[in-house]
Design a binder for this molecule. Structure first.
Ligand code: NAD
Length: 500
């Protein structure tokens, strides 16, 4: 073990004092490379106190000051893309090009935050009544907490804190303890960009730290991204403690392929979206629904492509797919493939038992393709979160959409077709928060908002975009009367105020 990851509180590194440490593993070698501090409730309290103290001035700082910092931050992040991506690869395992993509999509939200001057513009109605004007403004909440998952250790935190601090809040981030290093670098660069101490704090930990944030009286709001059971718990607990909360959960994303689709394009998209980042994406396509007679041909095209994917360590430029996050997760993913045949599926590709020369202890698994999967099988019902693609068959468009809408998840979905009318109907009928038309991973750009429906999101606000600005601010309406200097006072009137 060579490295220690500590907390970042009040603009400096603060050593973990709880005595509890978590192991961080390089998924390609299986070796523990790092230990991460796991915060006690007292350490979380120190981070919240630092954020609260910083809010006293940051909450009323000028927009010019905030955007000045954010523009400088944008430039620093741009210059450190490779370094951030390398940290992600070393702890998450995804290939470097994919890690760079994650950094780019996070930067998008920093760029959005640079334009907060426009998004925070209020509204003004003049002369709503005689000499009365009404202004609507939005103000920050105070201290906001973010709790993030392992699969995007840089992008998901950047979905949250840049907009939150642009809106005038201060922030406490609790990253995943499985790949914690990128978060510290993001916070250090923010300091270098001129962010005042305490505006952005990183506290590492597990359930103890999360619960301390959920129960802390000085935390006004909680943004969470992670699995559905924990998202539900965060939403319930934070709401019960009087906090505003958005909790994004897990997914099972379907791709509906109609008989008229370009099957080569659909197969390319299915392979990219199912196996990219080894399937550890909340927007991964994990179920393809083939409509009509195209099933066999589509499965064959997917198989041909999947077989060619090169699996290896993320820092090898030749690798297209890296390992899974932990050995335990790899074994769980493998269990869905080994159990699939007994539950009626045809195992077209079995990725279990895959090894990579020279990396015998890495968390490897190959690509698996399961055909004719039934809707009551475990492989279909659970979010596997690995490189396992299920193919289901439907006779008609209606049957395919019904199948998708019966899923408890509703994160992303996609349709592949050349029929504009069918695509239009799908957009309106499908029960999911993000829809792709011939686009397999429809992650919205930064100035739209990201979020699913049903068990994929608990709370009222999607994340980033306009919803993000609304989540991190609250509205205030100011009604003003300035009497004309030449007028006599109106006198006492006990009636309810009317406009005239
Ligand atoms: P996870 O739910 O296990 O962990 C997420 C966070 O919650 C981590 O910071 C973790 O420390 C904390 N946590 C874990 N168990 C907890 C508990 N019992 N009490 C309190 N806090 C706890 O998720 P993960 O495995 O890190 O990430 C993968 C999951 O995240 C997948 O389900 C994936 O679909 C989902 N995800 C969703 C989105 C989205 O936008 N909807 C994006 C990325 C990931």
């Amino acid at each position: 073990m060579t490295k220690t990851v500590n907390h970042w509180i009040g603009g400096k590194t603060v050593e973990g004092a709880s005595g509890n440490w978590g192991p961080v593993t390089d998924p390609a070698t299986g070796a523990v490379t790092t230990r991460v501090a796991l915060a006690s409730a007292e350490e979380v309290d120190a981070a919240v106190a630092a954020a609260k103290a910083a809010y006293a001035t940051w909450g009323t700082s000028s927009l010019a000051q905030r955007t000045g910092v954010l523009f400088a931050y944008r430039a620093l992040l741009d210059a450190h893309r490779d370094e951030i991506a390398a940290l992600i690869t070393a702890e998450h395992g995804k290939v470097h090009s994919d890690a760079l993509g994650e950094v780019a999509r996070g930067l998008e939200i920093v760029e959005l935050a640079c334009g907060i001057t426009v998004q925070l513009k209020g509204e003004l109605s003049t002369q709503v009544s005689s000499r009365v004007d009404v202004a609507a403004i939005r103000q920050p909440l105070g201290v906001v907490a973010g709790i993030t998952p392992f699969n995007f250790p840089a992008m998901v935190p950047m979905w949250m804190f840049p907009l939150a601090i642009a809106c005038g809040n201060t922030f406490v981030l609790k990253p995943s303890e499985k790949d914690p290093s990128a978060a510290n670098l993001l916070a250090e660069l923010a300091s270098q960009a001129g962010l005042p101490d305490g505006v952005l704090n990183v506290v590492h930990g597990d359930k103890v730290a999360v619960d301390a944030l959920l129960e802390h009286p000085d935390v006004a709001a909680v943004s969470f991204v992670g699995s559905t059971p924990i998202a539900r718990y965060i939403h319930t607990t934070a709401s019960a403690n009087g906090k505003r909360v958005q909790a994004l959960g897990g997914a099972k994303n379907h791709m509906l392929v109609l008989p008229d689709a370009d099957l080569d394009a659909a197969a390319d998209a299915a392979v990219s979206a199912a196996y990219g980042s080894a399937g550890e994406r909340c927007m991964a396509i994990s179920a393809v629904v083939a409509v009509g007679a195209i099933g066999d041909e589509l499965v064959e095209k997917i198989r041909e492509r999947a077989e060619k994917i090169k699996i290896g360590p993320g820092d090898d430029p030749a690798s297209e797919m890296g390992p899974l996050i932990t050995a335990a997760h790899r074994d769980k993913v493998a269990s869905y493939v080994t159990g699939a045949a007994a539950q009626g599926a045809e195992v077209v590709l079995d990725g279990t038992g895959h090894t990579v020369d020279g990396y015998e202890n890495g968390h490897w698994i190959g690509l698996s393709l399961l055909d004719k999967v039934s809707t009551d099988s475990d492989a279909y019902r659970d979010e596997i979160f690995g490189p396992v693609l299920c193919v289901l068959r439907a006779d008609t468009y209606e049957e395919g959409v019904r199948l998708i809408n019966d899923s408890p998840f509703g994160n992303g979905t996609a349709i592949f077709t050349r029929d504009g009318g069918a695509a239009r109907r799908f957009q309106l009928e499908v029960q999911a928060g993000m829809v792709g038309v011939n686009v397999p991973i429809p992650v919205p750009v930064g100035y739209h908002s990201f979020g699913g429906w049903k068990d994929s999101l608990f709370g009222d606000h999607h994340i980033y975009g306009n919803d993000g600005v609304h989540f991190y601010t609250r509205g205030k309406v100011v009604t003003t009367r300035w009497p004309d200097p030449s007028e006599a006072p109106a006198g006492v009137d006990l009636g309810f105020p009317r406009n005239h």
